[in-house]
Design a protein around this ligand. Structure first.
Ligand code: 18C
Length: 258
């Protein structure tokens, strides 16, 4: 914080989140900026090798085959456009732990290890086991943020949630039955408003949400590549369809939240 003399007006803007005081803040802020910049790029702009592996209506999912130390870490990029919901709503349902068991079908158990601030939490999750591999767990911080809409200053804000693996001294990796996975996930949501021509009030029929979901998951230990790629192919489309239907259902009788 800058030191002010009496009567001097501060030039440093106020912190945008109380999490700014936390030891993880520099990493959170850096990763969020980096992940949002990558998510905003079109599939043609973010390197070569992207293959479309799933398509259903507006939903398109691409992956790039990558391995690190013999382990499959294929980056995934999905884009979807969903009518009737806003970016703020999508991010709220994705971030807020109270909804997680409703839509996250691979989840076995979730604990909030730390509440850094209203928009920054640390989670410990265990996921369902896939035979013949070991069960997986993950510790990650999750941060939700509103971004200025610099392409359309009068348009609704853009919202994002970034999840990134972190360490917890109380929950060290690979000590129990679970193998620790490592992930970086970015959900970026842009609301589009299609105003009614007669100047009538905006309803859910006049909004849609462009969703970009990017993820890189390192399985953390042995997992047969063919099984892993088959799991990805099945589970990612299932997740995005189920999650977005869930948000539509939850919000249909609620006022729009921009
Ligand atoms: O982003 C998503 N969810 C967030 C909130 O939970 C958060 C967490 C992501 C965890 C993703 C990793 C889950 C691993 C689960 C193991 C697979 C269980 C399948 C059970 C089938 C009955 O960011 C949405 C996440 C959508 C997840 C899609 C599946 C991704 C598969 C990743 C495989 C990881 C290694 C598994 C090792 C075993 C392989 C043989």
């Amino acid at each position: 914080r800058e030191k002010l003399k009496t009567g001097q007006i501060p030039i440093t803007p106020p912190p945008t989140s109380p999490a700014i005081q936390h030891r993880l803040w520099p990493e959170v802020d850096r990763l969020v900026k980096q992940q949002v910049a990558m998510a905003r790029m079109g599939i043609g702009e973010c390197g070569t090798g992207w293959q479309l592996f799933a398509e259903d209506g507006e939903m398109k999912m691409y992956r790039r085959e990558e391995e690190v130390d013999g382990m499959v870490v294929d980056p995934l990029k999905a884009v979807h456009v969903v009518k009737g919901i806003t970016g703020h709503e999508v991010c709220d349902y994705f971030f807020n732990p109270k909804y997680r068991y409703d839509w996250e079908t691979t989840l076995e158990h979730m604990t909030v290890l730390e509440t850094i601030s209203d928009d920054t939490l640390v989670f410990l999750q265990t996921h369902k086991r896939i035979w013949p591999a070991s069960q997986r767990d993950v510790v990650f911080w999750s941060h939700m943020r509103k971004l200025p809409n610099d392409q359309d200053r009068d348009g609704p804000d853009i919202w994002t949630v970034v999840n990134n693996s972190t360490e917890s001294p109380e929950h060290p990796a690979n000590v129990g039955k679970c193998v620790r996975i490592y992930l970086t996930v970015c959900l970026l949501c842009q609301t589009r408003v299609h105003p009614p021509k007669d100047g009538a009030p905006i309803t859910r029929n006049n909004v849609s949400c462009k969703i970009t979901y990017c993820s890189v998951v390192n399985p953390g230990g042995w997992a047969p590549a063919s099984v892993l790629r088959a799991v990805y192919k099945r589970e990612y489309p299932k997740f995005l369809k189920r999650f977005t239907s869930y948000v539509i259902n939850q919000t249909k009788n609620k006022p729009l939240m921009f």
